[in-house]
Write a protein of this length. Structure first.
Length: 191
């Protein structure tokens, strides 16, 4: 599976003012650098937790509908990012090569579980034997920066502090405290 960003977030989880206060920076000379560090820390936090931090629309691609060995689970698509606000569409390439959209009444969603799930009501249709035959478009992320869990925001501040102080590639991994802060928020998938 892979994902593609359709509509990127329009804001960051931390403001320049918050970061400058944390770094004890008084001037505006390095505001551009601090903005870049905020974006970099968000990207690192998103990669580590598999969460999208600010509202973003993405598409997730699968080579076909799931075919699990356990009959109870055979009609469940597990989505790899969270938290999910809504499912926009489920599309697939049918056996003739035409794109089809699954009617929303033909599937249920579980947006509370992590990973979130899309469950077919009556089984999924056959797809063409091709890569990325199934595409799920969904809106994920937190609605506002204040909704981003405080431990993730604090981890970002620690990462920014490390990058601001070092200004070179001396970091071999995330700061240990940042990992501990983000561990409870990781989204685990087994696909």
């Amino acid at each position: 599976m892979s994902i593609s960003v359709i509509t990127a977030a329009t804001s960051e989880p931390l403001t320049t003012a918050e970061v400058k206060s944390f770094l004890r920076v008084d001037s505006s000379d390095e505001d551009t650098l601090i903005g870049v560090l905020i974006s970099a820390a968000r990207a690192m936090a998103e990669a580590y937790t598999r969460r999208i931090l600010m509202t973003t629309t993405i598409e997730e691609f699968f080579d076909g509908f799931p075919d699990y060995r356990n009959p109870k689970d055979k009609d469940i698509i597990y989505l790899s990012r969270g938290p999910i606000q809504s499912i926009t569409s489920v599309k697939y390439v049918d056996s003739l090569g035409d794109e089809q959209t699954v009617a929303s009444e033909n599937y249920r969603t579980d947006l509370v579980s992590e990973p979130a799930r899309v469950l077919s009501e009556n089984g999924w249709s056959a797809t063409k034997d091709t890569v990325n035959a199934v595409v799920v478009r969904y809106v994920c992320g937190y609605s506002s920066s204040s909704d981003v869990p405080a431990p993730i925001r604090q981890a970002m501040l620690l990462m920014i502090g490390e990058m601001y102080e070092k200004r070179q590639d001396s970091i071999k991994q995330l700061p240990t405290a940042a990992e501990y802060l983000m561990n409870p928020y990781r989204v685990w998938t087994f696909a």
